[in-house]
Design a protein around this ligand. Structure first.
Ligand SMILES: Cc1cc2nc3c(=O)[nH]c(=O)nc-3n(C[C@H](O)[C@H](O)[C@H](O)COP(=O)(O)OP(=O)(O)OC[C@H]3O[C@@H](n4cnc5c(N)ncnc54)[C@H](O)[C@@H]3O)c2cc1C
Length: 460
């Protein structure tokens, strides 16, 4: 059994930034980072490689797993804000959370991220324009790296950590146990490792696994919400005046019909819609590149409605999964519908799609989202589209495409203290897998923070 001081489970944003900071700060710790997915150079979605038109449910999914985690093939939008993207500030304080996110940004810049512009929604005329229609623009700074530049930066970070941190890919951690001396045993199919400090940073794809580990250790977890919605795709000109100005606009709207909150999420100017596979369930997402030759003529963004449950049913993730499964059953993957067909109550058939002016960037099945998304959420989404049409005329055009379903699963909140340490000494939970963060910036910041704590513990 090989012994380490620190084992990091998960090489996503949280794990990678933790490894980076532990490399940067002089300390004595032996560190191992394990991930179930592939190393960076082997991460290629078969859809992107042109080997298949539709998601074939690879296990593990290259979009979600591997070096850099779910963020690697993402749009690489680092939002510096506490208004969305997680609750890190509630644990460590607003000032420290913001400082850590600024620090993450400075690291990205030192690796080539400074070529990408930093946008801000602060003090924008857009906010006033939104307010006229009861739309609320959240405040954030965002650096959009683009998928290609994001990959290059992650590669540089890997070069930086590789002599200092041992890494193991294609390795699923099956279990973590603690012996009577307090050491953690990290059990994989072929090997077992022993460590003093164990970091659970397994992201959204590891949510059920983290839950299992926490239950075994008697660590309290609280149910979180699930966001359900669609990905909207339209000609980029419609949102150009907004995306050129602020790049990403997070706009929240309270529907008149139900009083529900609907928000825009993950806006990708000139981007493409992609499918993602979380534990066998195919949902939709989006990204865009920094390289202009790879841009499309469309912009996409998600419209999401939050759902939380109390009793007798409280498993919001199961609710989200059931809806996603239904869409997979009807569409064999992602479903797509023209907005005009949705409001007219009819399916988008292949024939209707042939006349569609908006050219889809994802090969999805034309169908009927009203057979999948519950009425309440669908009404909320339709109302939001008409509200957005006022600040971006054309949003409610017949040929605006809606892809479904987009589901944002939030992991159960693992009970952790201000150091993100659980009630079990030496067992930390960070990043999206802890339910504390839901974004690249905050997940990375959580990794930096715990790295600094452990670097002090193992200082020379
Ligand atoms: C397509 C897409 C686009 C996105 N775009 C953005 C964006 O632009 N901006 C933004 O802020 N956020 C974005 N996100 C969300 C963002 O990627 C996550 O918030 C972030 O990656 C969370 O980091 P993490 O380290 O907590 O988890 P992850 O990045 O999910 O990493 C966790 C890692 O743990 C590994 N793992 C899981 N279980 C095990 C196990 N049992 N054993 C070993 N390894 C395991 C996984 O393989 C994975 O690599 C996007 C997500 C997707 C899927």
């Amino acid at each position: 059994m090989k012994k380490y001081d620190i084992v990091i489970a998960g090489a996503g944003a949280a794990g990678v930034f933790m490894a980076y900071e532990l490399t940067k700060i002089d300390n004595n710790a032996n560190i191992l980072m394990i991930d179930r997915g592939a190393p960076l150079e082997k991460r290629l979605c078969p859809i992107k490689a042109g080997r298949t038109p539709k998601c074939i449910k690879c296990s593990p999914c290259h979009i979600m797993n591997g070096y850099g985690g779910a963020g690697t093939l993402s749009d690489g939008k680092y939002n510096i804000t506490t208004q969305f993207g997680g609750d890190l500030h509630k644990y460590i304080g607003e000032k420290e959370a913001m400082e850590l996110m600024e620090y993450v940004d400075s690291v990205l810049c030192s690796m080539g991220g400074d070529e990408a512009k930093l946008f801000s929604t602060a003090n924008k005329a857009l906010r006033t324009e939104c307010l006229k229609y009861d739309l609320h623009l959240l405040e954030a700074k965002v650096r959009h790296l683009g998928t290609d530049r994001n990959v290059r930066i992650l590669s540089k970070i890997f070069d930086y950590i590789k002599g200092r941190v041992d890494t193991l890919f294609y390795t699923d951690i099956e279990d973590v146990r603690q012996d009577e001396d307090g050491f953690f045993h990290v059990i994989t199919k072929d090997e077992e490792f022993v460590c003093e400090d164990m970091i659970l940073a397994t992201g959204r794809s590891g949510s059920k696994w983290v839950s299992k580990i926490c239950t075994a250790f008697g660590i309290e977890q609280r149910k979180n919400r699930v966001d359900i919605g669609v990905r909207v795709e339209l000609p980029a000109e419609i949102f150009k005046h907004i995306t050129d100005d602020v790049y990403e606009s997070k706009i929240v709207y309270k529907t008149k019909q139900y009083g529900d909150l609907v928000r825009t999420f993950c806006m990708n100017p000139y981007g493409e819609v992609v499918s993602e596979n979380t534990n066998g369930i195919v949902t939709v997402n989006g990204h865009s590149y920094a390289d202009e030759s790879l841009l499309t003529g469309n912009t996409n963004f998600a419209l999401l409605v939050s759902n939380s449950f109390t009793e007798p049913f409280e498993d919001s993730n199961e609710y989200g999964e059931s809806i996603a499964r239904l869409s997979n059953m009807l569409g064999g993957g992602v479903l797509m519908q023209r907005f005009g067909d949705l409001v007219k109550g009819r399916r988008s058939s292949e024939r209707r799609m042939e006349k569609c002016f908006t050219v889809p960037t994802l090969n999805a099945t034309a169908g009927d989202l009203s057979l999948v998304i519950p009425k309440r959420q669908l009404d909320d989404i339709i109302e939001m589209i008409y509200a957005l049409d006022k600040i971006a005329p054309g949003t409610a055009n017949e040929d605006t495409l809606l892809y479904g379903v987009e589901v944002k699963f939030y992991n159960s909140k693992v009970m952790v203290d201000k150091n993100l340490e659980t009630s079990v000494k030496g067992l930390y939970a960070l990043g999206d897998g802890s339910g504390v963060t839901h974004s690249l910036s905050q997940a990375s910041a959580s990794g930096v923070m715990v790295a600094r704590i452990l670097a002090a513990k193992y200082s020379k």
